[in-house]
Design a protein around this ligand. Sequence first.
Ligand SMILES: [Cu+2]
Length: 272
Amino acid sequence: MKRDLLLLVGIISAFLVIGGVLIVTRSLPEEHARDFRSLSAGNLTLDSQIIVIREPTPDDNTYIYAINEAAKEALYIAMNDTRVQQMLDQAKGKAVTIAAVQPTLLRTLSGESIHSSGGQVLITVNWQVVDGKAYSDSADFSSLEGKKGESHQQIWNVIVNMDREQVTSISESKRVIEETLQRNLVYAGMNMFMPGTVVVDAGTTIRWFNDSNVPHNVVGPFRTDPESTGIIDSGFIERGRSWQYTFEESGVFEYLCTIHIEEGMKGTIIVN
Ligand SMILES: [Cu+2]
């Protein structure tokens, strides 16, 4: 019995000694947990300064932007890829949005930038068809009303390895929305507005109807004749809901959905 007790005392002492050593050398798991530094806002800031590389022109409806300097590098790697160049050749004449959306760029307190090696570039091609014919010119609702409208979207998701300066994968998806066009109504479909561009008279009330499963918004500048510009903002339009606005003056309203601009969700109302 006495020997067993001595053995127990010995074991307890050994644990106490080992525990003491671990505490002194700060090797307990809790100490490691305390040393772990999370990516808190105090240590790092998100560097997201949108860089517009190309704005659409009447001859070339291509919009190119990057969400930061690192994403801009990813964009150039993608644009140098021959498959990407072939895809862009096929898309000529259509509305193209090229958005470099990854990597996320973080900046430390000392000003050093950090980002992962994974870049992502979304290339979206949008086009519309009314009554089986390509709809590229702006028309008024009297010529669109009652006709079948189709809005097509093709998205290429280009993944880039920034260390190897190579495109590692390209995946493709397609969407189509089909609706009967109605007077003074713009469909906010699955990340597309239809009709994309339309001409109306001053005093017209336009209604945007969300016939998709996700919320959208209508945000942008309304430039009127005497060069004054006001910002119109619908707030979020939930699915199945609409939002309307009356254009009292002649001018041009160029708008987008801020949630889906990377997929080229934009439209124009020309007010005569
Ligand atoms: Cu949207």
